[in-house]
Design a protein around this ligand. Structure first.
Ligand code: AKB
Length: 319
């Protein structure tokens, strides 16, 4: 039976790129994009799109049946910074949507699920450097708590009901195709836009706040790779650590200055600083490497070059 994929959250930072990549592999008509708001022109023009509030269980089920969906990528979520502003909505959206999809798989209406976790599952008691797969996990943001609960749900549904769910703990993601989506790591996307637009950026984190980050192209490849890996290779059903590269606002600014000589960064830390301080600074992703062959491609130099040249083309900036 051929796979038909539903991507929920196709207008977000990951969805915008993932849908286009999946359509290249599975064919345009076999990848249904869905979101509560309209997606990019490229997505709307290249294949099916459904307006969907993932909390609307009836409509979700109707879409799954209408298209004979076999795989779901559930990307709809409130990220760390936005979630702190509306904890009830964050809990409802992040947790309920996940349960709805797991139930569809339990009923065997769908075969496979991708659900993203995050470095936000770790907390201030977690070892900060080279954070292992298995360690102390005491998140203190609503986003982190919802993701940790989701990881336990994943493993429970897999072990108890045989649900084929796969998951990655994403670091901060950096891409040029869409805006950042309300997280603590958003600065690492915004800085490129502002550098090109105004040659200035005021960062909401301190100069030396080191966080794990990853280029979107790597993240999309990791996502599709884990979904395509044979089931027996997926030994961790809660969620896999995914390392990326670690850098500070100061380090990324220095890299940008190599291209935009008069770029200036200033710092005005806000509530997001506390969230960043509670997260790991670097991650150990040995399990992903060993189990399903994960390997990173993009370092900070390559990310900076690719971001600047693509944003320059997209928005016709001069620098
Ligand atoms: C956020 O900053 O909330 C996200 C994440 C690390 O999960 N980018």
């Amino acid at each position: 039976m051929k796979d038909v994929i539903l991507v929920i959250g196709s207008s977000g930072q990951i969805g915008t790129e993932l849908v286009l990549e999946l359509r290249k592999i599975y064919g345009n008509n076999n990848v249904v994009a869905s979101d509560i708001r309209a997606s990019s022109i490229e997505i709307l023009d290249s294949g099916p799109f459904e307006t969907l509030d993932v909390l609307d269980e009836k409509k979700l089920r109707a879409i799954v049946i209408k298209y004979k969906i076999t795989q779901v990528y559930l990307l709809a979520a409130l990220l760390s910074a936005k979630a702190e502003k509306d904890i009830e909505l964050a809990w409802k959206l992040n947790v309920r949507s996940h349960s709805n999809i797991l139930e569809l798989a339990k009923e065997r209406l769908i075969k496979k699920i991708f659900w993203p976790s995050s470095i936000a599952v770790f907390g201030s008691k977690t070892p900060k450097e080279n954070t292992p797969q298995y360690t102390i996990m005491e998140p203190n943001t609503v986003y982190g708590i919802s993701k940790l609960a989701g990881e336990r749900w994943n493993e429970y549904y897999h072990d108890k009901f045989g649900v084929d769910v796969r998951s990655l703990r994403y670091p901060g993601l950096i891409g040029w195709m869409s805006e950042a989506g309300g997280g603590t790591t958003d600065y690492a996307v915004n800085i490129f836009h502002e550098a090109l637009k105004t040659k200035k950026y005021c960062c909401f984190l301190k100069k030396n706040t080191k966080l794990p980050m990853m280029y979107m192209k790597d993240a999309i490849r990791a996502t599709i790779d884990i979904m395509e890996a044979p089931s027996e290779k997926i030994k961790i059903r809660s969620s896999y650590n995914l390392a990326g590269i670690s850098f500070t606002p100061n380090e990324i600014a220095k890299e940008i200055k190599k291209y935009i000589k008069d770029f200036e960064i200033s710092y005005k830390p806000d509530f997001r600083q506390k969230i960043a301080d509670s997260w790991p600074q670097s991650i150990n992703d040995q399990n992903a490497q060993c189990d399903w062959g994960w390997k990173l491609n993009y370092n900070l130099q390559k990310i900076t070059k690719d971001m600047l040249s693509n944003l320059k083309k997209k928005y016709q900036y001069n620098y």
